[in-house]
Design a protein around this ligand. Structure first.
Ligand code: ZN
Ligand code: ZN
Ligand code: FE
Length: 763
């Protein structure tokens, strides 16, 4: 501090991702370096800074706030103004203000490079410490019990700091200054290896060694991580992977793999520089990569697919384990089929007893269940297919602020919910399917937690139009003063508009499995003109009966039977779809079709992909939704192919696409012996060309310049990229889902955006 001249002072406000990421200690170091006095504190989502001292130093300080901010922080807004000097001495971090308003809760951050190298340094006091963290890394949301974020309100409160950790915590220049999860080998949590009956067999180092040996022997180990348990096995051991699938009741759905490093990732898959950046980003999500044939990954990890989900170790325990096993591990969520992931030690031993041989446990309690996030690159840009660990509970913005707090309860499967205050949308982590008691309990518990943490008491509930969704029942049980009902595909389009901050009318293209339409039929291939408040349907796939309803989702041959019933002349071309299906099964379906029994009418892109896979003889039944479409995409690869014609006719201002001639052409070509890979590519080309043509036509008719793409079918990168490129070529702007992905994980956010816009209009 200079005492000779009167000091200038500045008040600075920084918002964005600035809490729980070491921002205040960073500000402290920066201020000290520039000989500035003052203070820094967290207030309701912003960091407030008061600095005083030499004018040139203040300028440098302000500039370096941006350029030298911690790598995991993100500055959205920085406001600085001159302020009266107070004669402050020294620089202080003032305790978190417990203000009302939005209280941001930081997301979990993967182990940073500094901590990773420190734990490998035999001379350091955190050598091989399994719970090493610093102000830049470590668990956050998963250990926070209440706000403000201070150690005594986290599950680390159970571990009292040793004298050396306390000194580091209190030393402003230390990189663990105010690191709430600080710990060391003397005072931190412990890890141990247990048998299925709970008997502890090894601790610490020996537990890692024991788990390593068991994994190498082909055993299945349940591992307690950051947001829950994983089930792990050797990803190069086909027998072990099969055993895991059998015990977990998971037929064919792809399993994620963890590898030790980027170098190890490059051995199992082709990795682009952008994909490397995603793998190593603070969230460390699962990234879908092109699998290498010579990578040694067991075929059962992702049967029938050329993509593989890969992630890097994000907890110190993972890092030591992966170093030791020296091979890729399957790391799939610790649950039975589609139930929620287990988080507690006892709970895991109870629920995973029939799956895991051994348990690698620790005693840092997990307070929130969070699955791994999933990212895929489309046209070189990352799309979040599942927004969970590392992202939730950071809020997204809404383009129209809501005058009243909202809870949007989301869909029935792949559920998330969203809580809204003002323009902040707190989208929950992936909740999953609601059709089990565990799924419902998980929803309710997470909603309670979000309400507590963010102190939002919703007055309005937004729900899907579907009367039978369990989320609809939840919405009714909440019994709030007001309910907004949002059509499923309108919610998909609103979600894409909202994440791009768009409020004006757009053409919305929703390609999806199923959603409840406002005519009572099943929708899923819709072109609409929409803004946030309302939509008008302008084009869709021709309706076809879905014999057996939900059974048709699992058995694509039934979808083909539905199409065949529309035109008996098509039957011979579609014959491959029925190979291996018994006469009895076929006659049951024929009766359903004749009598219109349990055969809802559907216009669904997901079902059209299923039908194409069946007609091409690729698959007549499926183990998980989207399997047929994913296999068709793998078969098609990047192969060029011609597009088949899909006739469009108009019915009272509505354009209706008839997909039957496409199915017939595919069937005929396949039966003549054409290459199935070429036909899979031709199918993609036909659908993208037709969808793009319809979108462009609707845009021209309505005088619009923007097209928004949403819905689960757009998880197919070839379809998304094909439609986008053709629409862009016509000069229109295309919005694609990136932050919440195209699938139903985005529905609650879309519902929230619609409800907020409707409420705001009413004033
Ligand atoms: Zn760190
Ligand atoms: Zn310690
Ligand atoms: Fe959907």
């Amino acid at each position: 501090m200079t005492a000779t001249r009167p000091a200038s002072a500045r008040a600075i406000e920084v918002s964005g991702v600035v809490q729980g990421v070491g921002f205040r200690p960073f500000v402290h170091r920066l201020a000290t370096r520039h000989h500035l006095a003052g203070w820094v504190r967290n207030v309701a989502g912003t960091v407030e800074i008061h600095v005083e001292g030499d004018e040139a130093e203040l300028d440098a300080f302000e500039a370096e706030l941006r350029t030298e901010a911690p790598p995991v922080s993100r500055i959205d807004l920085l406001r600085a103004a001159a302020s009266p000097a107070s004669g402050a001495r020294g620089f202080q971090i003032v305790a978190s203000a417990d203000a009302d308003g939005n209280r941001p809760v930081p997301a979990d951050i993967a182990i940073c490079a500094d901590c990773a190298s420190e734990m490998r340094d035999p001379a350091g006091r955190r050598y091989r410490h399994l719970f090493i963290t610093c102000t830049n890394c470590g668990p956050r949301y998963t250990v926070i019990d209440a706000l403000p974020y201070d150690r005594e309100r986290t599950s680390m409160a159970a571990f009292s700091l040793c004298a050396r950790c306390r000194a580091e915590y209190e030393t402003p220049a230390d990189r663990r200054h105010h690191a709430e999860t600080i710990a060391c080998n003397d005072c931190g949590p412990r890890a141990w290896l247990a048998r299925a009956d709970g008997t502890e067999v090894a601790e610490g180092e020996a537990a890692i060694a024991g788990a390593t040996q068991r994994l190498a022997e082909g055993r299945i180990v349940a591992i307690r991580g950051v947001g829950g348990f994983h089930l792990a096995c050797d990803a190069t051991n086909e027998a072990a992977v099969r055993r895991l699938r059998e015990r977990k009741h998971r037929d064919a759905k792809p399993l994620a793999v963890m590898v030790a490093s980027l170098a190890a990732a490059r051995r199992v898959a082709d990795v682009s520089p952008v994909e490397e950046r995603e793998l190593a980003s603070p969230a460390h999500p699962v990234v879908l990569l092109a699998r290498r044939a010579d990578g040694g990954i067991a075929p059962s990890v992702a049967p029938g697919l050329d993509a593989i989900g890969v992630m890097l170790p994000y907890a110190p325990l993972h890092l030591l384990l992966l170093d030791a096993v020296a091979r890729p591990l399957v790391m799939t969520s610790g649950n039975l089929s589609d139930e929620p992931i287990a988080i507690g030690n006892l709970e895991a031993r109870r629920r995973l007893a029939a799956i895991a041989d051994d348990f690698l446990l620790h005693d840092r309690e997990i307070l929130s269940r969070v699955d791994d996030s999933v990212v895929r690159l489309v046209d070189g840009a990352p799309v979040l297919l599942r927004r969970s660990r590392g992202f939730a509970p950071l809020p997204l913005r809404l383009p129209v602020a809501s005058p009243a707090p909202i809870v949007a309860v989301g869909p029935h499967l792949k559920n998330t919910f969203t809580l809204v205050r003002g323009a902040s949308a707190f989208v929950s982590p992936h909740i999953g399917d609601l059709d089990s008691l565990e799924g419902l309990a998980h929803f309710r518990a997470t909603l309670d937690r979000y309400r507590d943490l963010f102190r939002i008491e919703p007055r309005v509930v937004a729900r899907d139009l579907h009367p039978g969704y369990l989320s609809t029942r939840i919405a009714e049980e909440l019994a709030l003063p007001r309910m907004a009902v949002v059509q499923h595909h309108h919610a998909h389009i609103a979600a894409v508009m909202a994440e791009h901050g768009v409020t004006e009318r757009v053409v919305g293209v929703a390609l999806d499995g199923t959603g409840y339409g406002d005519d009572g039929h099943v929708w899923g291939a819709e072109v609409m003109v929409a803004d946030l408040e309302r939509y008008e349907r302008r084009a869709h796939l021709a309706y076809a009966p879905l014999p057996g309803g939900d059974a048709a989702v699992r058995e694509p041959w039934r979808v083909v039977a539905g199409y065949a019933s529309l035109d008996p002349a098509a039957a011979p071309a579609l014959a491959l779809a029925f190979e291996g299906i018994t006469t009895h099964q076929r006659s049951v379906v024929a009766r359903q079709l004749e009598r219109h029994l349990n055969a809802p009418m559907a216009s669904s892109m997901g079902r059209l992909f299923d039908a194409a896979a069946a007609v091409l003889g690729v698959r007549r039944t499926i183990g998980y939704e989207g399997q047929a479409a994913m296999e068709l995409e793998s078969l098609a690869g990047a192969r060029a192919a011609p597009a088949f014609e899909m006739p469009v006719h108009e019915e009272g201002g509505m354009m209706v696409v008839d997909p039957l001639p496409l199915l017939v052409a595919l069937g005929d070509c396949r039966r003549r012996g054409d290459d199935v890979r070429l036909l899979a590519a031709a199918f993609h080309e036909s659908v993208s060309a037709t969808v793009a043509r319809l979108a462009i036509r609707v845009a021209h008719d309505a005088g619009l310049e923007t097209v928004a793409l949403g819905g689960g079918s757009f998880q197919n990168a070839r379809l998304l990229s094909g439609v986008r490129r053709q629409v862009e070529r016509s000069g229109l702007r295309v919005l694609v889902p990136t932050q919440l992905g195209p699938n139903d994980g985005a529905i609650s956010y879309g519902q929230a955006a619609v409800a907020a816009a409707q409420l705001a209009r009413e004033g």
